[in-house]
Design a protein around this ligand. Structure first.
Ligand SMILES: Nc1nc2c([nH]c(=O)n2[C@@H]2O[C@H](COP(=O)(O)OP(=O)(O)OP(=O)(O)O)[C@@H](O)[C@H]2O)c(=O)[nH]1
Length: 315
């Protein structure tokens, strides 16, 4: 006998962040579902509320926090035995008031790459992976800047804290490209940064990269997620973003948000259109196109995970 579809329970959940990148988790109390499991503070959206209203109310009721800034982030669905939930995540980087918890057994500030509490609620595995995705991606342009100049720019950016690099060098001759790719991976891994390779799975494997980045035309062709720890794709519209989500990719790039040197004469999407395109997606999206690190707050306010760039990242 087929079962009637279950009603979706909408939940607002907060990634409350401190400037050092840590976020707050709460341990569920003994008398709830999944007692002892860890969760992001939040709770159910009541009738008549938006997810943002629910977030502000729940953080006040649970923690005594007055939310000053809440940026929409990702929305993920999960089927529990007791409910089908749709989790609306927000990043909360600014609030007022001391934290006085009223509902959890314990609270803990955590870093996604060095968690020391667990287990997390089952829906939250992909959320932790998304939190491990750095907020800024530098895209290489050695064919244009010159290999040595690009490596010097990379060293400087890594020293400044860059943690995610996309190697995109289709125009470099093969031998030069391979030598450059090895040099990039060596430098990035020494600095604790991830490397994804644009559109070349064989090169990505041979240099020990962390993942593969798919151009939109490749995303259109494939029917399954390539087998790498990190897989992302370049997208330009909602259909491409939804395909990236359906394949279970880890991130998407979306642009161009502002006019760029590489596409002169083309107006950018702007933040309003960007925000509409990324609404309610289950994967983080990096904004691309004419952006500098000064645009990071505007990008997050529009729903981006972070920004990606070429010239502005390499200085
Ligand atoms: N707050 C929060 N809830 C989450 C997270 N992940 C996750 O799957 N959920 C699910 O979303 C729902 C949250 O609702 P809630 O906090 O208002 O309710 P509850 O289950 O604790 O108890 P209740 O039904 O008595 O209100 C639960 O089903 C919970 O399992 C998370 O990170 N934070």
């Amino acid at each position: 006998m087929s079962q009637a579809p279950r009603k979706i329970v909408h939940v607002a959940a907060a990634v409350i962040t401190r400037p050092d990148g840590s976020f707050l988790l709460g341990q569920r109390a003994p008398d709830t579902f999944y007692p002892g499991y860890w969760e992001f503070p939040g709770g159910k959206v009541e009738p008549g509320e938006t997810p943002r209203d629910a977030l502000v109310r729940e953080l006040d009721e649970e923690l005594g926090m007055k939310v000053d800034v809440a940026w929409p982030w990702i929305v993920r669905e999960h089927e529990y035995e007791h409910a089908h939930v749709s989790l609306h995540f927000f990043e909360v980087p600014a609030w007022r008031g001391d934290i006085h918890d009223k509902v959890h057994s314990a609270l803990a500030w955590q870093h996604a790459d060095a968690m020391d509490v667990g287990p997390m609620l089952p829906a939250n595995g992909p959320i932790l992976k998304a939190l491990r995705l750095p907020r800024t991606m530098g895209i290489t342009h050695a064919a244009e800047a010159g290999v040595n100049a690009q490596l010097a720019q990379l060293d400087e950016a890594l020293a400044g804290g860059l943690k995610l690099v996309q190697l995109r060098e289709a125009a470099l001759p093969t031998a030069e490209r391979e030598a450059f790719a090895h040099a990039v991976v060596g430098r990035c891994h020494a600095a604790g940064a991830l490397v994804v390779v644009n559109d070349d799975a064989a090169l990505a494997r041979s240099i020990g990269a962390d993942g593969l980045h798919l151009p939109a035309r490749r995303l259109a062709e494939i029917g399954a997620r390539p087998d790498f720890e990190w897989v992302g794709a370049s997208c330009h519209n909602r259909a491409e973003l939804e395909k990236a989500a359906a394949l279970g990719l880890d991130y998407a790039l979306l642009g161009a948000v502002k006019p760029t040197q590489s596409h002169p004469g083309q107006a950018g999407l702007g933040w309003d259109a960007f925000g509409k395109l990324v609404e309610r997606l289950p994967l983080p999206v990096l904004a691309l196109g004419g952006l500098t690190p000064n645009d990071l707050s505007d990008a997050k306010a529009a729903g981006a995970h972070g920004i990606a760039g070429i010239r502005a990242i390499w200085g």
